[in-house]
Design a protein around this ligand. Structure first.
Ligand code: HEC
Length: 192
């Protein structure tokens, strides 16, 4: 008898537990689990001056793995970086190898694998005015500066490379500029 009673009760619970009336919200037993108590990341926060939840980092905040760029984006800043900004990384095979890896991904399309300014985009007439590194009086500091801010038609690559990777690329560009690598291969990669 008890068994049948439990079975009957289960069936009743089963059929009454679903709320088919969609016009009324279901009962929330623990509303805190449905409605967030803190402000949502993209929500409205009336206490903030711009009404946004605190997405904007406080002024002067530096992202992890990055440090403050000491040289401003002005011609004086460029000249100063050119003259005195030094690579903190030692020249090692490992740094050069990763510099090459990053260079081949981000720079070679324009600057060419050998730094002669004949990357695939230039050969196909998609991008012009890319210099041969050997024709520019550049230093480790200015190369870093240009990776960080870009220069004229060249955009900034600060977003693609971490600080360490930028310095590794700088090392590799210097190596290319000093002509320590074999001459450019002649087979142009055709881009249709
Ligand atoms: C979309 C094409 C393009 C890409 C990609 C590119 N560059 Fe450039 N780069 C240029 C052009 C164009 C110039 C010439 C800018 C000028 O001086 O007017 C230039 C100039 C330079 C210079 C010389 C600037 C100076 O101070 O005279 C350096 C160094 C340089 N690029 C490094 C890099 C490195 C390193 C990367 C990869 C992280 C890179 N570039 C990616 C197009 C590119």
């Amino acid at each position: 008898m008890k068994k049948y009673l439990i079975a009957l009760l289960s069936v009743v619970v089963l059929f009454t537990s679903c709320n088919r009336d969609r016009s009324k919200p279901n009962i929330q037993y623990m509303p805190d689990m449905y409605v967030a108590v803190p402000y949502e990341p993209y929500g409205i926060n009336p206490k903030m001056p711009d009404s946004l939840a605190s997405l904007v980092p406080p002024s002067g905040a530096v992202a992890r793995g990055h440090s403050v760029m000491d040289y401003p984006f002005t011609s004086e800043g460029y000249n100063q970086a050119l003259a005195e900004f030094k690579n903190p990384l030692p020249t090692t095979d490992e740094n050069l190898a990763n510099g090459k890896k990053m260079y081949d991904i981000y720079c070679a399309v324009c600057h060419g694998e050998n730094g002669d300014g004949q990357g695939v985009l230039v050969k196909n007439g998609k991008f012009l005015g890319v210099p041969n590194y050997k024709d520019r009086a550049i230093t480790e500091g200015s190369i870093y500066y240009v990776i960080y801010y870009g220069r004229n038609m060249m955009g900034s690559h600060a977003g693609q490379l971490t600080e360490k990777e930028r310095w590794q690329v700088v090392q590799y560009v210097q190596k290319l500029r000093n002509g320590l690598l074999p001459a450019a291969s002649t087979d142009a990669n055709e881009v249709k």
